[in-house]
Design a protein around this ligand. Structure first.
Ligand code: 5AD
Length: 364
């Protein structure tokens, strides 16, 4: 595994020299090519429900947001989406929802079983913080992967933005449980949260290596006007100005560093990135990403799944062609098969490793 200290990572995060950053992105691109190849894996994202009992101050789906239009898809509609993913040639279906008891363990378990019975796809879940019993049950039903972003590893920032569950377990704890249960685990964070520092973002990146994350999602924080954090952020001109200048480049740097630190991980060019930047998928693919997650939720529901406003996923119905256009423009190919993580069990030879790492730092 590539080694970098927290200080070195932080130095890269605050680096602003265009020449140095070009080198960073090129290096991430070359590590990506060497370790995960030119295939870009497509995962069909289905947002199965947006009710949520949590009160995370950044998220539009938070329970107290009375302005959100709530829904839960029917089981048959979810299966139809799995069919669509399969028809489009995707190797993975991702089921995502808010945290809510209406996503009952048994109900979802049957849906997982039905998808696994009918289509040769991997099933990834992203249902937030649930009990170990639910995680174990869904794994038994055939779920292969679980995505749970820890958002920030800074305990003080986290306490400000999210109320912990009474069981006292953190998302980092839950990720370890999920790994133990045999899931491929996806972790990650938001970049540009008010009060987030480069040093804590560097620590987040180190957590990805400690967790041995199989999948990594890093997206920019986008203020949502119907949330407490978003309301404050949008009213704070100094924050907004800083954020407009810094959040995108910071996300790109974090993405590239994640690739260098976790060379064999599957890393998407996120929809949040594409929301802030016209050619966000292409930018992500050029800086270390090897995955795109086209949104295949029926449009009527998709519009209601408003984690943050103006999602790129809602700009056009056909996110498949947006994704394939970005893949083609990058001269890459759509992945075949599940696109699970392939581990390299050899010591790799990255400029970020050992002696060569120092030379790389000197060279810029
Ligand atoms: N901006 C960007 N990402 C957000 N998420 C939630 N709210 C926002 C926001 N305002 C992300 C979180 C969560 C995922 C489902 O969506 O990282 O884990």
């Amino acid at each position: 595994m590539a080694t970098m200290t927290q200080k070195e990572i932080r130095a890269w995060l605050i680096q602003e020299s265009p020449q140095a950053l070009t080198l960073l992105f090129q290096e991430a691109d070359s590590v990506r090519r060497r370790f995960v190849g030119d295939e870009v894996h497509l995962r069909g994202l289905v947002e199965i429900g947006n009710r949520c009992i949590r009160d995370c101050i950044y998220c539009g789906l938070r329970g107290p947001n009375k302005l959100a239009n709530r829904y839960r898809m029917k089981a048959v509609e979810i299966i139809e989406c799995a069919q669509k993913a399969y028809d489009l040639g995707y190797g993975t279906v991702v089921l995502q929802s808010g945290e809510h008891p209406e996503i009952a363990a048994g109900w979802l378990g049957e849906i997982i079983r039905e998808i696994k019975r009918n289509y040769p796809v991997a099933v990834a879940l992203s249902m937030g913080e649930r009990s170990e019993k639910d995680y174990a049950y869904w794994r038994l039903c055939g779920a292969d992967r679980y995505l749970l972003k820890f958002e920030t590893s800074d305990p003080r920032l986290l306490l400000r933005i999210q109320t912990p569950l009474p069981d006292g377990r953190s998302r980092l704890d839950r990720l370890r449980v999920l790994k133990k249960l045999g899931y491929e685990i996806g972790a990650g964070m938001m970049v540009g949260l008010p009060g987030q520092r480069a040093s804590s973002l560097a620590e987040d990146l180190l957590w990805l290596t400690r967790l041995d994350a199989d999948m990594i999602a890093i997206g920019p924080y986008i203020p949502h006007g119907d949330t407490p954090m978003g309301k404050n952020a949008l009213a704070d001109l100094r924050f907004m100005e800083r954020s407009e200048l810094k959040t995108l480049p910071m996300t790109m740097k974090a993405l590239a560093l994640a690739r260098l630190l976790c060379p064999t991980a599957n890393i998407p060019a996120t929809t949040a990135l594409a929301t802030l930047e016209d050619d966000g998928y292409s930018a992500g693919l050029a800086a270390g990403a090897n995955v795109i997650m086209p949104n295949i939720t029926p449009m009527s529901y998709r519009k209601k799944y408003e984690i943050y406003p103006d999602s790129a996923a809602c700009r056009e119905e056909d996110t498949h062609s947006t994704a394939t256009a970005a893949i083609e423009a990058a001269g890459r190919t759509a992945g075949r098969g599940w696109g699970s993580r392939r581990r390299a069990d050899f010591v790799f030879n990255s400029p970020f490793n050992g002696v060569q790492k120092d030379e790389f730092h000197k060279s810029i």
